[in-house]
Design a protein around this ligand. Structure first.
Ligand code: SF4
Length: 231
């Protein structure tokens, strides 16, 4: 079984991306939030369906005048707004704490200085806040107005990547993330990593699903080591 660890070779993500684009078309760009709003949105949505996390986000926006007010709110007040997300009792503590941490670091509630860092430095900086891991930090960099070329790797992406033999199931999470991030072609811009995330998510929801993958009809079937189709 051959795993992709030769980083001198052309990235297999290029072929994957081309086939997915041919199948699905180029995805429309997502809504652009400020980096701080995106951080809150990503923390709310970390383990929660989009419609529920969006409702929690809107509840916070309605109840509090601005994110500074959320930073100084009690966990109970925040919990009232976000109680339908997964693990509200955790995030009603982590979200105000992260906002206060940014104010302490920056002197104001802004993440604009991330734009002057490398992607690696910016990811590391964000991950200093409790509850902010690789996925949330990549969301902030890629999906916000910062538009930096981080790839958001979620459970959909990890499932596809393991079957496509980009990573091994028994690797630890950090190694999986490191290998995937290193496979991002140097020529890709932020819009390319964002499109790639959206395309692989569609693939994973339609074909590369949990349980038995639906390889017949999958646009990657001819190039996927796991792909089998007897019809
Ligand atoms: S061929 Fe099958 S295993 Fe490979 S990406 Fe497609 S659905 Fe997943």
């Amino acid at each position: 079984m051959q795993y992709v660890l030769d980083f001198g070779a052309p990235s297999p993500l290029v072929g994957v991306h081309d086939r997915l684009t041919a199948h699905y078309g180029i995805p429309a760009p997502g809504l652009r939030f400020t980096p701080v709003s995106m951080l809150v949105m990503a923390m709310l949505g970390c383990r929660t369906r989009d419609e529920v996390s969006l409702e929690a986000f809107q509840n916070l926006r309605q109840k509090f005048k601005n994110w500074e007010a959320v930073a100084s709110a009690s966990s109970d007040e925040v919990n009232d707004c976000i109680h339908r997300i997964t693990f509200p009792k955790t995030y009603c503590i982590y979200i105000p704490e992260a906002l206060r941490g940014i104010i302490r670091q920056q002197g104001k509630l802004s993440l604009d200085t991330l734009a002057h860092m490398t992607v690696g430095q910016a990811l590391h900086s964000l991950q200093q806040h409790r509850g902010v891991g690789p996925k949330i930090s990549a969301c902030v960099l890629n999906f916000s107005t910062l538009q930096m070329r981080a790839l958001v790797v979620d459970t959909h992406y990890l499932r596809f990547a393991a079957r496509f033999q980009l990573i091994k199931d028994d690797w630890n999470y950090n190694l999986k993330m490191k290998v995937i991030q290193r496979l991002i072609p140097n020529c890709w811009l932020a819009k390319d990593t964002e499109e790639h995330h959206v395309l692989v998510k569609k693939l994973a929801q339609e074909f590369c699903v949990t349980g038995t993958p639906r390889c017949c009809g999958c646009p990657l079937q001819m190039m996927c080591p796991h792909g089998q189709c007897s019809t």
